[in-house]
Write a protein that binds this ligand. Sequence first.
Ligand SMILES: NC(=O)c1ccc[n+]([C@@H]2O[C@H](COP(=O)([O-])OP(=O)(O)OC[C@H]3O[C@@H](n4cnc5c(N)ncnc54)[C@H](OP(=O)(O)O)[C@@H]3O)[C@@H](O)[C@H]2O)c1
Length: 286
Amino acid sequence: MDVSILGFGGSEIGYEQASARTVLRLLGSAIDAGLNVIDTAECYEDSETLIGGALGARRRDVYLFSKCGHAGGWGRADWRPAALLRSIQRSLKRLATDHLDLIQLHSCSLAHLRKGDVIGALEQARERGWVRFIGYSGDGEAARYAIECGRFDTLQTSVSIADQEPLALTVPLARERGLGVIAKRPLANVAWRYARKPSEPYYQDYWMRLRTLDYDFLGGKHAVSTALRFTLSVPGVHTAIVGTTRPERWPENAALLEAGALPDKDIARIRARWREVADASWVGQV
Ligand SMILES: NC(=O)c1ccc[n+]([C@@H]2O[C@H](COP(=O)([O-])OP(=O)(O)OC[C@H]3O[C@@H](n4cnc5c(N)ncnc54)[C@H](OP(=O)(O)O)[C@@H]3O)[C@@H](O)[C@H]2O)c1
């Protein structure tokens, strides 16, 4: 796959209940402007259905990625191979397509990966022509194992100014082994925008880390641009899937990237600050 460096993350449109009209506008304008990666999952509420409804004939213009493992909702994992295969078939229906370009195991544990039958289910889906490629979406030691086991085509993992563990633990190895790498949560949810600790637990770790990291650029008008360009500067990262419900965001973020690669000195400062303050608990966030 020849992917656009800026992709679309489909969790927000599901969890925040974007309308079909909004998703049609959002994806239509983004595809017109060069987007070709759409990532979603079995458990992002109506995200798959919204994307399937919006794409229509434009399905052929994009690479469609989904995930499996929680067809009954994020808190109700089901890693039985038959359940994974059923979930993939449901994704095909919801996304109104006869194949996915990529199916990813949605953050199962290292123990499940080691057992192996979850990977076997994805391989079966590939043999049956339901999916072209198979991947692991997750972090830490499980992500490392997913690369080492040699059975996956891609890794989706959290990479950002507030999540730098993969810069040593996984991404270099994935690069060496020729896996496609998708940076999830590439803007660290812009967690620095909250003056007080956000009530939503999903944002809290990044918010606290960013307070400690206290990068000098966070208060300025180039903060998002610097954060996104940092993620995309990591050697081995192929695409960054930013989540949004706003049709104007994708072109806005694409324009930020016109500034090109982040200068080496800025990257070095962000890395140095991380090394200075990150402690052992600052592991990759799912
Ligand atoms: N385990 C997994 O597999 C897993 C876990 C987490 C995420 N993911 C994937 O990764 C994708 C991205 O993750 P994410 O959405 O949590 O994190 P993210 O992309 O780092 O952050 C999304 C947030 O950034 C804001 N944003 C985007 N562009 C902005 C800009 N130019 N200025 C200000 N704010 C901006 C958006 O706000 P607005 O809505 O206002 O634009 C949105 O709230 C998800 O959609 C999903 O596909 C996968």
